[in-house]
Design a protein around this ligand. Structure first.
Ligand SMILES: [Zn+2]
Length: 422
């Protein structure tokens, strides 16, 4: 995909909050929005035919290239799955594997309405190339591990990867992504905090996914996981904490105070049987920023964030014995990144001056035909209701069709066969 500024685009006959609207994009930005917008002769135009205009979704935590591992050893317990299936193959991964796995993930995200995602995976420059070619936006970091004592090598690799990521356009941002507090040692985590602070980079880490992680942290460091991260200088406004299932009230208050973002990943938690549910009511009470993520296709196995939104809402209602715990408007806000300043960027989506990122939902989607839109999006819809995906003023999907899908699926399957997955 060309890095050049996209041509202007006009959308007519769309519906926004129940009212007819048109929208004009220029240079990747929304420049007009309202009932009076009309197409000029010869202008690239989408006639939405009454389709519903909504902001796209933000996937706050994934490992995109793990589409290659979908349906592979998924019935094993977590540690056997990792040790016997995933890690031996990941040790052989090449950039082209990551590229095609990520292209496949991007197809799925475009089809189901995600415009941006936070990724942690090997060969991050290959991920960035795939995201740029697909036309999405992503914040990308290579995972930092030093379980085997290879801290110096990890740090050198991380700095090299950050340099490589700098060569991409504005749709790609880089992050430091220490895997977790159990896979990255104290010195590596402290080094991460220093580099993140010097360079103004975000930090993306798995935190408090299992109860064992908490027990082990208390035994080793005398404090709970969020307090441990804070002690190392890793809790800040640019920190993304994936999972957070076992955080207690004191940790949630600390996270809220520091302005870090929590990303719930309910489907991966259930599939990996972590035994707990993200503490949404306490996180909300503390005032923490909250997003939603699928996690990788190896442990979900879908990247359809709208489908996960239903699971998130249902799990909260069920776990808390309270049907009012997460109103649909709030749930929709979480999925679209509007409940986390780090994900929302500057200002409201779908406004003049905002990035031209939006979806048109199928007018004939029976799931959306009656009743409250946000309630229907959370409880009745899946990603299949998305008809058109536009990111930065570029049309990435129209009438459910994404360009080049057959080749992407074939190339990803070929790479998976080469890795002897299956
Ligand atoms: Zn993950």
């Amino acid at each position: 995909m060309s890095a050049a500024s996209p041509p202007s685009l006009v959308v007519i006959d769309a519906v926004l909050e129940g009212k007819p609207v048109g929208l004009r994009c220029e240079g990747g930005v929304i420049v007009e929005l309202g009932p009076e917008v009309t197409a000029a002769a010869g202008e690239a135009t989408i006639d939405a035919g009454g389709g519903i205009l909504v902001p796209p979704l933000v996937n706050g935590h994934t490992h995109a290239a793990m589409t290659l591992f979908r349906g592979f050893g998924g019935d094993l317990p977590l540690m056997r799955w990792l040790r016997e299936k995933i890690w031996p193959i990941e040790a052989r991964l090449e950039p082209e594997d990551v590229y095609w796995g990520t292209r496949l993930a991007c197809v799925e995200m475009i089809r189901t309405g995600t415009s941006r995602f936070w990724d942690m995976y090997w060969h991050p420059a290959a991920t960035a190339r795939a995201v740029e070619d697909a036309g999405l936006r992503a914040t990308i970091g290579g995972p930092l591990f030093d379980l085997d004592g290879a801290r110096a090598e990890t740090q050198t690799r991380a700095l090299g990867e950050l340099d490589e990521l700098e060569g991409f356009g504005t749709t790609i941002a880089s992050a430091l992504a220490p895997h977790s507090i159990y896979a990255a040692g104290t010195e590596l985590l402290s080094w991460t905090a220093e580099v993140a602070s010097e360079r103004g980079l975000p930090v993306h880490i798995h935190l408090s996914e299992t109860e064992h992680e908490v027990t082990e942290c208390i035994e080793r460091h005398g404090v709970r996981p969020a307090q441990y991260l804070d002690r190392l200088g890793l809790l800040g406004e640019q920190t993304v904490l994936a999972h957070g299932v076992w955080l207690d009230d004191s940790e949630l208050e600390l996270i809220a105070e520091r302005g870090s973002t929590l990303v719930a990943a309910p489907v991966a938690n259930m599939k990996l049987a972590v035994g707990g549910v993200f503490p949404y009511p306490a996180a909300r009470r503390a005032g923490a920023a909250i997003g939603l993520g699928t996690d990788g296709a190896g442990s979900n196995d879908s990247l359809d964030l709208l489908a996960d939104l239903k699971v998130f809402a249902l799990a909260q209602r069920h776990r808390n014995g309270d049907a009012t715990v997460l109103p649909a408007d709030e749930a929709w806000g979480i999925a679209t990144g509007c409940r986390a300043p780090l994900f929302a960027g500057d200002g409201e989506p779908l406004a003049i001056g905002a990035a031209a990122d939006f979806l048109l939902l199928r007018r004939d989607a029976y799931e959306l035909s009656l009743g409250d839109l946000h309630s229907n999006l959370v409880y009745a819809a899946s990603g299949s209701v998305v008809d058109t995906t536009v990111i930065g003023g570029r049309v990435l999907m129209r009438s459910g069709e994404v360009e080049g899908v057959a080749e992407i699926v074939a190339r990803a399957a070929e790479r998976a066969r080469g890795l002897r997955i299956g």
